[in-house]
Design a protein around this ligand. Structure first.
Ligand code: 475
Length: 814
């Protein structure tokens, strides 16, 4: 095998000429076309085939090393993975990006144009899904065997369109163009059961379940290679599709029976924090959890040749990404106790050692709860097992803590299964995603659990794939880093700190300015093509990109826009600014959709008002996704991170924007605090209520925004613009926003932060006038973004939670 691989790899060395030859050959073999006659889709297919050939040996090598070295592996269970497009990141990680770009350019072709053909693999909503994809990349790049386990949704996150300023959702049929990166692994299929009745019968002194009338679905895995950077591993992201088992065809006689099976993996629930879809969502959760765990145990038994489950945690870590896969705890118990006849206590011990859990939000509505009746009907055996876990939990604590604590922390309460409680009780580790968030979990949201099990709690601040956000999205900045600090930063992000040495280097500061300007010109061109709006690349590009949500407070930005507009109308001058939004609202989230409508109408009004001489522009780009982020982020001057303090668990766009040299306007929320710690107070614009002030408002019920509004004429004028006819065509939506702002129950305290936000923005304007200082601040931000490299985050998970060792694998000669 080693010989085969060595030979294969020698062939894999890629020069420009070799690439051109391969491209010609592939086009010929597949389509009987030449380079000059091939279409973009054909070019894309041919290049992706060359890339697949490129990573195949390392994929194989990784698998062989895994079974030989038997190092512990982590399985990252997540209902969302959001890798975006893969062509350029696979090329980059193979070390081929430059060669291929230049070879194509020799042929008169543009890699970026061809790459645009690839649809985003948007199997996620936002932060949580993108983080899962980042972790996949980092595990492979840092040399740990990490496997993703998720769902192969037929339709990814909806495509967003604006019609008359309203959000419309279109299906995102990303697979219509064939899946270029996946391999169907028929032989690894497993069966998953739903519904029916369970009767426990005795067998050799063991109570085992007998199922009656259940529906059997076949889970078929599609494996996607996760190519580690340069000498990294090539790991596997396993996504499950639902099919009718051939032997069960007779049980699915009608079209609607069949459709029900297809529906299982048909759509990604488009809810971020706000959560709705019920029964189908529960089915999806169990489906990928059961399939994933079955394949893990199969591997453990057959490949590792191990039947002693007591050692499972020496070989396997299962990570539960938010509560959606929390049923893994009950399902592993079922598999161990029912299928492999491990006694309950041993099985429980194993399960707790194997499982770990990350919480991504403190928003109460995102805390999953399932109706006991629904769960009993759909998953009768799982419900029995959860009931038993709950019973033993309560029994174990009885007399040791107060009944009130038991009652607050138990899994089943008021006819509902509390998934977060199941996740915490069944895991050895519970982590938040930024220091403040973890602290709030410990002291507020999960306080009882923290008192019971302090040793389980730990923080793992999020990270981003710097490779994608710098080397792919911002090649010019990457080149500048190469020229100044050398190329090592590309594989060792610590080296980025050396960029600070250029703090006083006028040439470098000017280059930074030029690069930003160039990226802004590119974005301006794109904006013109997409929206027809002309924007001036020399203006401040002020960016807020993230899901649309009340707590993220795009509304605060809106009020700032209205204030600037009113000033300009009154001939009070401000530096030129372009405000850029990208945001999808969950389809069922009425308020978020109203905000979109109002922002769009405000933009329309401002962009067409000749009185303000183009000094202010507002651009709301449609369909924000990873690909669009790659265009916007490198062009940003300002990064808006203005959530209500305590509400944003971490944020990750804050990290991407900082890495690209944007300066952050930030509340002291989530990871913003750590950004401030990294760059220093003087290199960030902070403002707003702190966590104690926020909690004080809640505790004392002392938030009276109408009073603030009545007493602050500037605020009043900005708010009134939404209802006094200033902003046209959205009176009902404008009214809804105003009602919300002025209500004592407004949770996100928008008006409370208004004045402080304006002050922070004034500081932004003053700093903008001092070009050199701005560039220096930008430079410091770039240098310190190394702290948020997801490779570092993953090292901490690997050490502290999963206890992994790196796989030893020979260097690949490419
Ligand atoms: C946080 N998604 C960010 C990011 O840790 C954080 C919830 C329910 C159903 C489906 N999706 C969700 C989230 O809760 C989510 O994306 N949370 C985000 O996770 C990564 O940086 O602050 O809001």
């Amino acid at each position: 095998m080693a010989k085969y691989l060595a030979e294969h790899e020698r062939k894999m060395q890629l020069t420009k000429e070799e690439f051109k030859n391969r491209l010609k050959r592939k086009l010929n073999d597949y389509y009987e076309e030449d380079i000059d006659t091939a279409s973009t889709s054909e070019l894309f297919a041919a290049i992706s085939a060359i890339v697949r050939d490129g990573y195949a040996p390392q994929w194989r090598r990784t698998r062989i090393a895994e079974t030989k070295q038997k190092e512990k592996q982590v399985y990252y269970f997540s209902i969302e993975f959001l890798p975006g497009t893969l062509l350029k990141s696979n090329l980059l990680n193979l070390g081929w990006l430059k060669t291929v770009r230049e070879a194509l350019s020799d042929l008169g072709l543009d890699l970026d144009k061809i790459a645009e053909y690839e649809p985003d693999m948007a199997l996620g909503n936002g932060g949580l899904g993108r983080l899962a994809a980042a972790f996949m990349d980092s595990l492979a790049s840092t040399g740990y065997t990490g496997n993703g386990n998720g769902i192969r949704y037929k339709y990814g996150l909806f495509k967003q369109k604006f019609v008359n300023g309203y959000q419309r959702e279109l299906p995102n049929d990303w697979l219509k163009k064939e899946g270029h990166w996946e391999v169907r692994r028929e032989s690894k299929s497993v069966l998953v059961r739903f519904g029916g009745k369970v009767n426990m019968v005795e067998d050799n002194g063991w109570l085992i379940p007998q199922y009656e009338g259940e529906r059997v679905v076949r889970a078929v895995p599609y494996d996607v290679a996760v190519v580690g950077y340069q000498d990294g591993l090539t790991n596997t992201l396993r996504l499950w599709d639902a099919e009718i088992p051939p032997e069960e065809e007779l049980n699915y006689p009608t079209i609607s029976d069949r459709r029900r099976v297809e529906d299982l993996t048909s759509i990604l629930y488009p809810d971020d924090s706000n959560y709705e879809g019920r029964l189908l969502r529960l089915k999806q959760e169990y489906f990928f959890v059961s399939a994933g765990l079955q394949s893990i145990l199969d591997y453990y038994i057959t490949k590792l040749g191990n039947k002693n489950f007591a050692q499972l945690s020496d070989y396997v870590a299962v990570h539960i990404n938010d509560t959606h896969p929390a049923m893994a705890i009950a399902e592993l118990m079922r598999l161990l106790v029912d299928e492999h006849r491990v006694d309950w206590d041993t099985a429980w011990n194993i399960t707790q050692k194997v499982m770990s859990y990350t919480n991504h939000t403190i928003m109460a509505e995102a805390m999953e709860k399932w109706d006991v009746n629904m769960m009993s009907e759909l998953l009768p055996r799982i419900m029995q097992i959860i009931t038993e876990i709950d019973r033993r939990y309560c029994e174990g604590l009885k007399g040791r803590v107060s009944d009130a604590v038991i009652d607050r922390t138990r899994i089943i309460k008021n006819g509902q299964v509390q998934m977060a409680h199941l996740a915490i009780i069944g895991s050895h580790s519970v982590n938040g995603v930024a220091a403040l968030h973890t602290q709030l979990l410990e002291t507020e949201v999960l306080k009882d659990f923290y008192n019971l099990y302090p040793e389980r709690f730990n923080n793992k601040t999020n990270g981003i794939t710097l490779r994608r956000w710098l080397q792919i999205a911002n090649p010019e900045l990457s080149d500048l880093l190469d020229q100044t600090i050398g190329k090592e930063w590309r594989s060792d992000s610590n080296k980025m700190l050396n960029f600070e040495k250029y703090y006083h280097d006028t040439k470098v500061l000017n280059q930074l300015h030029e690069i930003k300007l160039d990226n802004k010109k590119k974005l301006a061109k794109f904006v013109k093509e997409q929206t027809g709006i002309e924007i001036d690349p020399t203006a401040i590009f002020d960016v807020q990109v993230k899901r649309m949500h009340a707590y993220k407070r795009q509304t605060l930005k809106l009020l700032h826009i209205l204030k600037l507009y009113q000033d300009l109308k009154a001939r009070i001058d401000h530096p030129k600014r372009v405000i850029i939004f990208g945001a999808k609202a969950a389809p069922s989230y009425v308020f978020a959709k109203q905000i979109i409508k109002v922002i769009n109408e405000t933009a329309n009004m401002i962009n067409n008002d000749p009185d303000i001489h183009g000094k202010l522009k507002v651009v709301f780009l449609e369909n924000y996704n990873v690909s669009l982020a790659e265009k916007i982020i490198p062009a940003a001057d300002i990064s808006e991170q203005i959530s209500t303090t305590t509400k944003e668990a971490s944020g990750t766009s804050n990290m991407k924007l900082m890495a690209n040299g944007a300066l952050t306007v930030a509340t002291m929320d989530g990871a913003n605090i750590e950004i401030k710690d990294a760059v220093g107070e003087e290199n960030i614009f902070t403002f707003g209520l702190n966590k104690d002030q926020v909690y004080k408002y809640y505790a004392e019920k002392s938030y009276h925004p109408r009073k603030m509004y009545e007493e602050d004429p500037v605020m009043k004028k900005a708010v009134d613009a939404l209802i006094d006819g200033t902003v046209p065509n959205c009176s009902s939506e404008g009214q809804a926003l105003v009602n919300n702002f002025l209500s004592d129950n407004e949770q996100f305290l928008v008006l409370a932060d208004f004045e402080a936000y304006l002050k922070a923005q004034e500081k932004v304007e003053q700093t903008w006038a001092q070009k050199r200082i701005w560039q220096q601040m930008s430079l410091v931000n770039i240098a310190h973004s190394e702290r948020f490299d997801s490779d570092k985050t993953i090292e901490r998970y690997a050490q502290d939670i999963w206890h992994l060792k790196k796989l030893k694998i020979e260097k690949v000669d490419r």
